[in-house]
Design a protein around this ligand. Structure first.
Ligand code: SF4
Length: 355
């Protein structure tokens, strides 16, 4: 049974061909860390992200060259692209005209009303949604001075930005409320969810390196998803963004919200293990990153206990001293040389039926 509660009903928007909110599956997204102006590097990274299960990608648009690059990037990728812009309305318009499927820009930061209207007109005529991205570290001066960098202040900033867009009769909006600590992030999203039906992009920002980032994201995003809050998620790690996608899918899988590809379970090893199980597990994980078969695969350290310990796995391998075994549902079905184990397992997975 899913750990996640009933999803909070939000208004549905469309980012390219991906629905967000309104009961659509929680969408997984990430952001490239290549120079957007470098089209081939950016396309290569987006393809790697797509292979790993990324459904929406965001690119930084710091200048006009990057805004123009959006067109060439879009022509070579298969998932919707969001242009991330700070302040400069001309970049938002250029990215929109270049074919971006969404804009991330805070209208309150753009300046004059005429400039905001120009961005909104462009987004409207292109059918492109806008994400208002509130960050605890860069709140409007007056809000920060009176309310501090609190969850309430983040929500106040979001509501102010929403009002600007609603006043221009623009409603294709998503909101994110990010702080670098879990408690403020969770508090802000809970408060926001109680006040509006705008779809929510959930994440903990600047979460840190692999351990801190995964932990904070899993707890922060996981708590919110478990309460039915969150329509699209972005894990933020100081790493290759492919790791963000892997983490996002593990969070969704752990909560039984969505599944993608094989679930790999592996033992922690102990004094009985005679093989390099860490490397084997990593090799299998890498080999299966593109697989969409929803099977459970076990990688166990020893023949004596492994198959029994991983009875619920569809398929697994267990190492021994020189030889290893392949097992199905806890029963040994094949023996082979230890160095053949990974290949034997992958061949067997190839032959299995799956999605
Ligand atoms: S499967 Fe074997 S090696 Fe792994 S933890 Fe269990 S007993 Fe130890």
């Amino acid at each position: 049974m899913s750990l996640a509660g009933k999803r909070k009903q939000t208004r549905q928007i469309r980012v390219g061909n991906v629905n967000v909110g309104g009961g659509a599956p929680v969408a997984v997204q990430s952001m490239t860390n290549t120079y957007t102006q470098d089209v081939s590097a950016t396309v290569a990274q987006i393809r790697a992200l797509t292979d790993a299960g990324c459904e929406i990608v965001r690119v930084a648009v710091p200048d006009m060259e990057a805004a123009r690059a959006v067109e060439a990037i879009k022509a070579q990728i298969d998932i919707p692209l969001i242009a991330d812009i700070h302040f400069d309305y001309r970049l938002a318009i250029a990215a929109c005209r270049a074919g971006a499927d969404g804009l991330r820009i805070n209208p309150g930061n753009i300046g004059e009303a005429g400039k905001i209207r120009a961005v909104v007109d462009c987004a409207k005529s292109s059918g492109v949604p806008i994400r208002i991205g509130v960050n605890a570290g860069s709140l409007e001066k007056d809000i920060a001075e009176t309310m501090g960098a609190t969850a309430e202040a983040m929500v106040e900033s979001a509501l102010r930005n929403i009002t600007i867009l609603h006043d221009l009769d623009f409603h294709d909006i998503k909101i994110s409320l990010k702080a670098s600590d879990v408690s403020r992030t969770v508090e802000a999203y809970r408060l926001m969810a109680s006040k509006t039906d705008v779809p929510l992009h959930v994440g903990v920002t600047e979460a840190g390196g692999l351990y801190a980032g995964i932990t904070k994201s899993a707890i922060g995003i996981g708590m919110l998803l478990a309460e039915g809050i969150g329509d699209t998620i972005r894990v933020s790690l100081t790493r290759d963004p492919v790791e963000e996608i892997r983490t996002a899918w593990e969070i969704l899988r752990a909560l039984d919200i969505r599944k993608r590809g094989p679930e790999i379970i592996s033992c922690p090893t102990c004094g009985r293990c005679r093989i390099d199980l860490f490397k084997i597990a990593e090799d299998v994980e890498k080999a299966l990153i593109k697989s969409s078969k929803t099977i459970k695969v076990a990688i166990m350290g020893c023949v004596v206990n492994g198959p029994g310990e991983a009875k619920e796995a569809d398929l697994g391998i267990a190492g021994g001293d020189g030889t290893g075994v392949l097992f199905k549902k806890g029963k040994i079905v094949k023996k082979c040389k230890q160095e053949m184990l990974v290949d034997v397992l992958l061949d067997e997975i190839d032959q299995m039926k799956g999605e």
